[in-house]
Write a protein that binds this ligand. Sequence first.
Ligand SMILES: Nc1ncnc2c1ncn2[C@@H]1O[C@H](COP(=O)(O)OP(=O)(O)OP(=O)(O)O)[C@@H](O)[C@H]1O
Length: 269
Amino acid sequence: MEKYDRSDRYLKPLDDGQHEIALATKDLHVSYGEKEAIHGVSLDFERFKITALIGASGSGKSTYLRSLNRMNDNISGTKVTGQIMYRGLDVNSNQIDVYEMRKHIGMVFQQPNPFAKSIYDNITFAPKRHGERRKQVLDEMVETTLKQAGLWEQVKDDLKQSALALSGGQQQRLCIARAIAMKPDILLLDEPASVLDPISTATLEDTLLELKENYTIIIVTHNMQQAARVSDYTAFFHLGDALEYDETRKIFTRPKIKATEDYVSGHFG
Ligand SMILES: Nc1ncnc2c1ncn2[C@@H]1O[C@H](COP(=O)(O)OP(=O)(O)OP(=O)(O)O)[C@@H](O)[C@H]1O
């Protein structure tokens, strides 16, 4: 692998006079025990845009993404320092109610993980736990979220069937519907298409492009074509640093840093 210097970075700051910033990290460091995996990453995420996090395996994309809604709290020995600013609050502060925060910053994982319950119950589970009991509201929520996730037409006649009977692609769209049932502002997706076939992947990408009308989306992907197709901005991660961050078309056509160019043109990773 080529040598690189940590000073060799190009992180385009978003001017918050022109761009509404939904989420931002400032000097974010993440360590697992003694080992630091993220070395001070500062990025702004624009509202109602899709930002892709790309980079070779082990570069820290998932670690960074998981920090954004404190999923790393579940991994013992993990230490996160720096700020994660959301609506003037620091998500990383110990004053934050993590359970409440995750209603605003939702997550969809690499492996579809529906509950062993019906399609209907998967979507209504969290809203019911938060006190929503009105059948009409829950019914409407199921229909709206399944439509937004591009699954309604396929399942509307049998919402009581087990989610586990769905295909992998359908399960992943159900997980998106479940995540958006809580009406988050921000949706974090960790390689959501990695277990899907090309047709399911294309459908998922269409879904993401529709969802960005209402949601700010941050997606980790290994698939360069996918990043180029769906994202507005791209951050290139390398050995625990975000080395380059810019509009996606610039990252893919005129990257400023050689490591980015090598990665997006397939020279390594
Ligand atoms: N739970 C963990 N405990 C210890 N080290 C970890 C843990 N998770 C990740 N790491 C380490 O942190 C670094 C970054 O890993 P991470 O999974 O964030 O990278 P990534 O870019 O998402 O990789 P991939 O594309 O393979 O998922 C790696 O060196 C990895 O070994």
